[in-house]
Write a protein that binds this ligand. Structure first.
Ligand SMILES: N[C@@H](CCC(=O)N[C@@H](CS)C(=O)NCC(=O)O)C(=O)O
Length: 277
């Protein structure tokens, strides 16, 4: 693991690190905020999965999460959204290929060799974090934005017991019925739509739900609302009778102004679960 930068931040350290990933078979970069408490022992961690076009950097610099995380003594991890590099497949469209890994393990050409973001988030990066930093693997929570909200919800429901709580900002909630989903699942997973359901949070909510609290915020002025389909997740939560707070925030769009506005709520929501759950 290589240290790319470390900056003092709210009494802790905001670092950027690079490592050779087994899952994606390429060099991966991630951001990690460690609060001051990490000097004394392992701290809980909140994962933040980013959306389309993002690297590890967008949320790290624009979500305003570190101050709230410092207040609660929680670490934040900001992974990249796809494998990267010259030898890695890509597409001209912003919503496929590099910057658009969709948190799945691709099985199709030309994506299969590197696009294994599910394994990267579920197995590879946790190993790197727990081996190198004072992070408590028994106290993990997860959030994300848009494509990353989709990733957070699907990972949380598919790995029962891993995360105490899950939240999302404007998640892609029903990708099997959206152009943000169908295009990528066809490319990464192939044409058999039966294989796509495991990566649809509305479907997973209906089938198994989440054993813990769920918080989702979406803006009523989100320019991608028709692609996000928050109503599908709401219907699934109701059907499941899932413990959940699903909010439509009036006037907010899809941007980091929206995310940073509600970040305090999301960090406090996870802190409560991490410390009492
Ligand atoms: N570039 C796309 C939109 C991509 C987009 O909005 N990405 C969101 C996540 S889905 C984001 O976080 N962008 C980076 C940023 O705002 O820093 C378009 O114009 O249609």
């Amino acid at each position: 693991m290589e240290i790319l930068s470390e900056n003092a931040c709210f009494g802790g350290v905001q670092g950027v690190y690079s490592h050779a990933s087994q899952a994606t078979d390429c060099q991966m970069t991630f951001g990690l905020f460690l609060p001051a408490e990490a000097e004394d022992g392992p701290v809980p961690v909140l994962w933040y999965l980013s959306g389309l076009t993002c690297t590890h950097e967008n949320a790290m610099t624009k979500a305003g999460a570190q101050g709230w995380a410092a207040e609660h003594g929680i670490a934040l991890v900001f992974p990249d959204t796809s494998p990267r590099g010259e030898g890695v497949a890509d597409d001209d469209a912003f919503d496929l290929g590099q910057g658009a890994g969709f948190y799945v393990n691709a099985t199709q050409s030309p994506w299969a060799p590197h696009f294994r973001m599910w394994d990267y988030i579920a197995e590879d990066l946790p190993r790197v974090l727990f081996n190198n930093f004072a992070i408590d693997g028994d106290r993990q929570a997860i959030t994300g934005h848009s494509m990353g909200g989709h990733g957070a919800l699907t990972l949380a429901m598919s790995l029962p017991g891993r995360f105490t709580s899950v939240s999302a900002f404007a998640p892609i909630s029903n990708p099997t019925a959206s152009d943000w989903g169908r295009k990528q699942f066809a490319a990464y997973l192939g044409d058999d739509e039966n294989l796509w359901a495991a990566h649809d949070s509305s479907h997973l909510m209906r089938e198994r739900g989440f054993d813990g609290p769920v918080l989702v915020d979406t803006g009523t002025s989100d320019q991608f609302l028709d692609l996000l389909r928050p109503e599908a997740l709401a219907a699934a939560c109701a059907e499941r009778r899932q413990q959940a707070t699903l909010r439509m925030q009036p006037g907010y769009d899809h941007s980091y102004y929206f995310i940073s506005t509600f970040m305090e709520d999301h960090v406090a929501f996870h802190a409560e679960a991490l410390y009492t759950g």
